[in-house]
Design a binder for this molecule. Structure first.
Ligand code: ADP
Length: 631
């Protein structure tokens, strides 16, 4: 019990000591659920539209002219019907009728030509805006993701497939929204407003009838959208699950096949798809029902307009003529056109709101941005000190508890322990991929948080058990360690990593695709990458785990060569590499349980001796020695 209290005190104490320079550590890195409303959406999207304000102004001008043009048909037909009607009351000359028809045709055709240009302009500028905005959104999100700390990528909800789906669908939906707004929503609504003004100008009662129908549509659309919102959100989650599922299958295909588990995987996908299908069907069913209801009300509106206008015409209401029936019906069609589209606009908007939540959630994850200090010394010695460090991953796994250790500059320190003991976590913390919950980490006497993160990493070479090889040539992959390196530097690094001869045997030499290399060869490319970077601090996390015996020996030799004068931390299960180190720290379940030189710690007994002896036994050291002696 005393021990527990002491530990808590230590943890709290260090936290207090370091609060001045430490931002609070966010261990729960799950995405904050941003609830997006229309205003929020507009506010978020505005900065992306702003750079194209001239396109916006141009499109708005075209919209204005286009909306006026949309009323021409109604006006012309009104006049035409009245003129023909007047002609029929008198004995007219056919030449007079032909002139009238010619004028009508010329106006209508002329209007169509102008409208065609306007529509072309609107669509072209709208599409241009969509393409440019979608490019800017992509660039911005990539920029943001590159700036995030590691914790972001390992937190729940940010799995590769889900992130990809959030980004793809977010960009698609947001750029479409901008496009729809300018080439559909805005023209339709402007045209509706003009039509309504003309209806009021023609007759207040007719205008009022048209105006009264509008709120009914809005109400129905609102009810429809509310019913659909939950379903649409579920569909969005299902899309993410489908993406993640497919990605998992591709990544694990060899395991799936070797265990003959194709049926299980197919069934799992089928379950996700089934759920999505029923959600989609429910959405459609509800949409069709409401659309029918709205069509019905639109027809009621048209009937009311016809009855009212006919009544006014029959009662000789001033300004009312037979042409007004056609005129009002056509104007009402313009008023109800956007309203007919309202549900689709609403649906698109709702999608945009849902996708925007996911997308802008990434852009606004400010607390995920990797923080950096300013400490940038000319020389980095590589003397690390960890005191009372606790660390918990975003998913709640406590990986380190009260870890105190010293990694002296220019020495080799081995971290030893069973799998899951917390060895890699220590390396992650020392490279500032994560920050400790509490406790302090110092490098050359300065808090790690104060260090310029880029400068720190410039001085650290990290070789992992499985290193990432990029699609590209071998030369490009090695040069990744130092973009300024010459071809000669690349060749030298390849020699140091004992991969040069194998590269030269490939038909393309250094220009060959790096991904075609075997796992062990790729590992040596990663080691060559570290040689070319030539940092004073080296972290080796099981660097030879995937290599054969000869390669392991070669790599050991080359690592031995660059160890001199550098700070090296090595994590290895290979006792041959551990006993070469200057000191070791033995970890068990996130605690440091032993430390000292390899022989001192061995003499202490305990976990290290158990691991060492088991390792020697598994290698059958006695028989190996006998075999060597016999030969
Ligand atoms: P070791 O290197 O000794 O094998 P690690 O440092 O990799 O151990 O892991 C220590 C503990 O932290 C383990 O329980 C492991 O499951 C957990 N862990 C490691 N990486 C992550 C991660 N990215 N997210 C959540 N838990 C993790």
């Amino acid at each position: 019990m005393r021990f527990f209290i002491k530990k808590t005190y230590l943890c709290t104490k260090f936290q207090e000591q370091t609060t001045i320079i430490m931002a609070p550590n966010t261990t729960n890195t799950e995405q904050p659920a941003i609830k997006m409303n229309l205003i929020g959406l507009l506010k978020n999207i505005l900065p992306f539209v702003k750079p194209y304000r001239w396109l916006v102004i141009l499109t708005l001008a075209l919209t204005f002219i286009g909306s006026l043009m949309a009323q021409v048909n109604a006006v012309v037909l009104d006049r035409a019907v009245d003129a023909i009607n007047a002609m029929m009351q008198t004995s007219f000359a056919w030449s007079q009728a032909a002139k009238l028809l010619f004028t009508i045709s010329a106006i209508l055709l002329g209007k169509e030509v102008i409208s065609a240009f306007i529509t072309f302009g609107q669509r072209y500028f709208g599409e241009k805006m969509r393409i440019l905005i979608s490019r800017d959104l992509s660039l911005k999100v990539v920029d943001r993701m590159l700036s995030f700390r590691m914790a972001f990528f390992s937190s729940e909800g940010n799995e590769t497939g889900k992130l990809q789906s959030r980004i793809d669908r977010g960009i698609q939906s947001l750029s479409n929204t901008v496009n729809n707004f300018f080439i559909e929503i805005l023209p339709l609504f402007t045209s509706a407003v003009f039509a309504l003004i003309l209806m009021f100008a023609a007759n207040v009662y007719v205008g009022l009838v048209a105006l009264c129908i509008v709120p009914i549509y809005f109400y129905l659309t609102y009810v429809q959208a509310n019913h659909l919102k939950g379903w649409r959100r579920n569909i969005f989650s299902s899309h993410q699950a489908v993406s993640q599922g497919i990605l998992n299958i591709i990544e694990s295909i060899s395991v799936i096949k070797s265990f003959n588990r194709e049926d299980i995987e197919a069934a799992r996908q089928a379950a996700i798809q089934d759920a999505m299908t029923s959600q989609q069907m429910n959405t459609r069913r509800l949409s069709f029902f409401f659309n029918g209801l709205k069509s019905f009300f639109e027809q009621i509106g048209t009937v009311l307009i016809i009855i009212l206008t006919a009544y006014l015409v029959l009662t000789d209401y001033p300004g009312m003529s037979i042409g007004k029936i056609m005129y009002h019906v056509m104007l009402f069609a313009n008023v109800s056109a956007p309203i007919r589209q309202l549900h689709r606009i609403y649906d698109d908007m709702n999608d945009a709101l849902i996708y925007a939540e996911g997308f802008f959630g990434i852009l606004h994850a400010d607390d995920e941005v990797e923080d950096t200090g300013t400490w940038h010394p000319a020389q980095v010695l590589g003397d690390f000190e960890m005191s009372g460090v606790d660390f918990t991953y975003g998913n709640g796994t406590k990986a380190l508890t009260d870890v105190t250790l010293h990694i002296p500059s220019g020495k080799i320190t081995a971290l030893v322990g069973l799998s899951g003991a917390g060895k890699s976590t220590i390396v992650n913390l020392l490279d500032k991929f994560y920050h400790p919950d509490c406790g302090s980490i110092r490098l050359d006497g300065h808090e790690l948080r104060q260090w310029d993160t880029q400068w720190l990493r410039e001085n650290v070479g990290l070789v992992l058990q499985k290193n990432h090889i990029f699609s590209g040539s071998i030369e490009e992959n090695i040069r990744y360690g130092n973009p300024r390196a010459t071809h000669e530097d690349v060749v030298k690094a390849a020699r140091q990593a004992y991969i040069y001869d194998q590269i030269m045997q490939l038909p393309g030499g250094f220009a060959s695709q790096a991904l075609q290399l075997s796992g062990g060869q790729q590992q040596r490319i990663a080691i060559a990458r570290m040689f070319i970077k030539n940092p004073p601090i080296i972290f080796l996390d099981e660097p030879t785990a995937s290599l054969d015996a000869i390669a392991t020996e070669q790599i050991k030799a080359s690592i031995d060569a660059i160890k001199a004068g550098r700070t090296v931390i090595i994590i290895s299960h290979n006792i041959g590499q551990i006993i070469d180190s200057d000191q070791i720290y033995v970890l068990q379940k996130g605690h440091v349980v032993q430390s000292g030189t390899p022989s001192e710690v061995y003499r202490q007994g305990g976990l290290y001796k158990d691991i060492f002896d088991a390792s020697a036994r598994s290698m059958n050291v006695d028989k190996i020695a006998d075999t060597i002696n016999e030969s």
